[in-house]
Design a binder for this molecule. Sequence first.
Ligand code: 5GP
Ligand code: MG
Ligand code: MG
Length: 183
Amino acid sequence: MDAAHMGADLEKVLITEDEIRARLQELAAEIWAEYDGKDLLLVGVLKGAVMVMADLSRALPGTAPMDWMAVSSYGSGTKSSGVVRILKDLDTDITGKHVLIVEDIVDSGLTLSWIKSNLESRNPASVEICTLLRKPEAAKVEIDVKWVGFDIPNEFVVGYGLDYAEQYRNLRDVGTLAPHVYS
Ligand code: 5GP
Ligand code: MG
Ligand code: MG
């Protein structure tokens, strides 16, 4: 879905499809320089990271397996609490593997830091994180995100995998919603 199909639901486009593609190309080159020759496993966090995984993995100049996790984080209202439940675990034994977590967005960082320590407890060779988007809040927690696509303002965004009530994931760009959508 293009921004034009959003009609009045879209407030503004923050990052275009073309900007995302170009940035993922850069990140893919950096990531490959780090992992070439190593036993790399890409781990996507469902469902938000689906688009990032699809485009980042295809921008890599070599092959790497991918696996998926789904988690739910319990929180009061819209803030995540860091209390996480695994809805779908990896199919892969990650012992000795170089794991790269592929994420859509780091907001508080609580969900991701839980996932990272959970994976670290399974004796992988390494665990690093690549996220398309990062919000300012993320700076407040101690989470080392090695690759960041874009730092964005503290606004709720949709598109490119990110949803509001499961809608708008299929918007090609990343943007904000008009206030009437929330009411
Ligand atoms: P954290 O634990 O970092 O606060 O929360 C991360 C999760 O919250 C993301 O994986 C995503 O599902 C959701 N999230 C955080 N910020 C946004 C946002 O601006 N838009 C959308 N659609 N989801 C967000
Ligand atoms: Mg996510
Ligand atoms: Mg969501």
